[in-house]
Design a protein around this ligand. Structure first.
Ligand code: GLY
Length: 353
């Protein structure tokens, strides 16, 4: 997998003009959803190259991350005369960068693309690292390819207009990067005043967070080993996300990951000796900022079953990434049903549900 350039922008228009200048192309296309088309694209109006770009607009939200939308992007590229030397710019949240990245990576066996993430989740996670894809057959990100963007341009000014729920959703992935990197970064994230956001400090922390992810992806782009560290909180988190969706009370991905981290830190405490005081501090931050996902013991079997179907498992054995300490990662851990149910008991008691 080629290396992708990730730029923390000082001025998005200049960074984009620079990125486009580095990649010879014949035709330029820009993909947005209906929201980023209205709210974000106008901020790029002075980039000369975009004036003649083909605009492709798709519906917003995960419900549109499907084969029909993907086909509509291929169609627009084909109708617009895109060749193998054309370039696609994806401007949006994770849904746009995942789907746009997949469309680009498969059109004429692959054209170059640039990601401009507009949400915190996309900046620190989805748009970085080369995972692209769509939902299929009722399963999230079921079809896709590893294929890095040529450049990822991170403009944290977009975060000033992000709603609180989407802010916290992205912040959960930052917290995960803190837990798997260093005590300093973890402590900085826990002490950040989320009630009165200092955007300069947030920009600095986003830069640090992206470095954590980039470092891991560079070492293991195809998730054979250390990239699994990025799955911390996701084994239980995905089960919460699926249960919530099935019960008609969907939650944002990062919230499910935050609640999943509560469970997986407890499992880390039980199985790999994660320090109790650091577990308590992290859980307190999550409880204060994310509230709690509620479920009772009647859902335990269903959650367990969902975890058994996670695509990260091998031969039906549930795979966890756990921690021995902040920054000390224990990959490929397993837990029996009894420990997992004990973890659900702990979660409900600690989170007060
Ligand atoms: N979102 C986790 C990864 O990119 O591997």
């Amino acid at each position: 997998m080629n290396k992708q350039e990730v730029i923390l922008c000082e001025g998005l228009e200049d960074s984009l003009a620079h990125a486009l200048g580095q990649c010879p192309y014949d035709k330029l296309f820009i993909l947005t959803d209906e929201h980023t088309h209205a709210l974000c694209l106008p901020l790029l109006k002075d980039v000369p190259a975009l004036k003649s770009a083909g605009e492709i607009i798709i519906g917003a939200g995960d419900a549109h991350k499907n084969l029909a939308t993907l086909a509509s992007v291929w169609q627009a590229l084909s109708d617009g005369g895109a060749t193998r030397h054309s370039l696609l710019v994806n401007l949006g949240g994770g849904m746009v960068t995942d789907l746009g990245g997949f469309a680009a990576s498969t059109f004429k066996r692959g054209i170059a693309y640039v990601n401009i993430p507009t949400t915190l989740l996309a900046m620190v996670d989805a748009a970085v690292g080369g995972k692209t894809g769509i939902n299929f057959n009722g399963l999230k990100n079921e079809v896709g390819v590893f294929s890095p963007a040529m450049s990822v341009l991170i403009e944290t000014e977009f975060l000033r207009s992000l709603d609180a729920h989407n802010f916290f959703s992205g912040y959960a992935e930052m917290l995960k990067h803190g837990l798997i990197s260093t005590p300093e970064h973890w402590a900085e994230l826990l002490s950040f005043d989320t009630g009165r956001v200092d955007y300069a400090q947030l920009k600095h922390m986003v830069g640090r967070s992206v470095q954590v992810k980039e470092g891991i992806v560079r070492e293991d782009p195809l998730e054979r080993g250390i990239r699994k560290a990025l799955n911390l909180g996701h084994t239980v988190g995905h089960a919460f996300e699926s249960l919530a969706l099935a019960e008609g009370r969907p939650v944002l991905h990062g919230y499910a990951v935050a609640w999943g981290m509560v469970c997986e830190l407890y499992l880390s405490f039980l199985k790999t000796g994660f320090p109790k005081d650091k577990m308590r501090q992290t859980i307190q931050f999550i409880r204060q900022n994310y509230g709690a996902f509620s479920f009772d013991c009647k859902s335990y079997d269903c959650l367990y079953e969902l975890m058994q179907h996670d695509k990260k498992n091998t031969a039906g054995v549930i795979n966890f990434t756990l921690l021995e300490d902040v920054g000390a990662i224990a990959l490929n851990q397993t837990a029996d049903k009894e420990s997992i149910f004990e973890t659900f008991d702990f979660y409900r008691e600690t989170m007060g549900v």
